[in-house]
Write a protein that binds this ligand. Structure first.
Ligand code: MN
Length: 255
């Protein structure tokens, strides 16, 4: 079993280290992650500049690789032949914040797992629903142990072709996590606002700011599960077709 571990927060992020350490209990692990933070970078394919890969050392002394590409580039590099050994599973994370609802297309963590699926390899994205105003270092242990349990199940059962698992873990000690719950995407409520200012030369610049997003805690959804203390496992596919409106829109007079 050869597991590729990546993330979108950069190769030195503590969530990546916790995840890699747990994945080593399941097989051979290769870490290839971006050399900087790519959070909210979406699904990227770098085509107009070369990609560089460097060997680095994680803080536990284990050898890893970093690249100047996006998370999805890291997965593509690994699966297209950078690594001599075949990769059986890609696990991405652990992101310090939840990736739920509409977050999934923004998320570098989730789009790394999407890239795996495009290459026919099972992918799992793992995010921690840490509190918004948390200061100091986060405790990734419980989420890493959840990730190991889910990865073990995926190794045993496989995933249907084209499917990735988007896992979100509540920020709770092991014994307070209620269990694992298979969910659907819920509704994120974004509270973005545009900040317009002037630079020192008087030219305008813009910054997308605002408060952290909220969500609708509807039962059966990712956000609902987290709100009740459950681990949310959402199976995702890349087919964004809306089958419900297809017939209706087909019936419009297109000719
Ligand atoms: Mn991130």
């Amino acid at each position: 079993m050869h597991i590729l571990v990546t993330n979108d927060d950069g190769v030195n992020a503590p969530g990546l280290l916790s995840l890699a350490q747990e994945m080593r209990c399941l097989g051979q692990v290769t870490v290839l992650a971006p050399d900087r933070n790519w959070s909210a970078s979406g699904h990227v394919k770098t085509m107009h500049r070369p990609l560089r890969v460097h060997e680095v050392e994680l803080t536990d002394g284990i050898r890893a690789f970093s690249s100047d590409g996006a998370p999805s580039d890291c997965v593509a590099l690994a699966l297209l032949g950078l690594l001599p050994e075949k990769v059986d599973l890609v696990v991405s994370g652990i992101n310090p914040n939840a990736n739920i609802g509409h977050d999934v297309t923004y998320s570098g963590t989730v789009t790394a797992a999407m890239e795996a699926v495009i290459s026919g390899v099972p992918g799992i994205a793992v995010s921690l629903n840490s509190p918004e105003n948390h200061s100091g270092s986060l405790e990734y242990g419980p989420a890493a142990r959840v990730a190991r349990r889910i990865a073990q199940t995926v190794i045993e059962r496989g995933l249907p072709p084209g499917i990735l698992l988007n896992v979100n873990v509540p920020y709770l000690p092991d014994d307070q996590i209620r269990g694992l719950c298979v969910t659907r995407q819920g509704l994120r409520l974004y509270r973005d606002s545009l900040v317009a200012r002037a630079d020192p030369r008087g030219r305008p610049y813009y910054w997308i700011g605002g408060e952290a997003p909220s969500g609708v805690p509807e039962p059966g959804t990712d956000f609902g599960a987290l709100a009740d203390g459950w681990v949310s496992i959402t199976p995702l596919h890349l087919d964004l077709t809306d089958y419900r409106s297809r017939d209706e829109i087909h019936a419009w007079e297109w000719a």
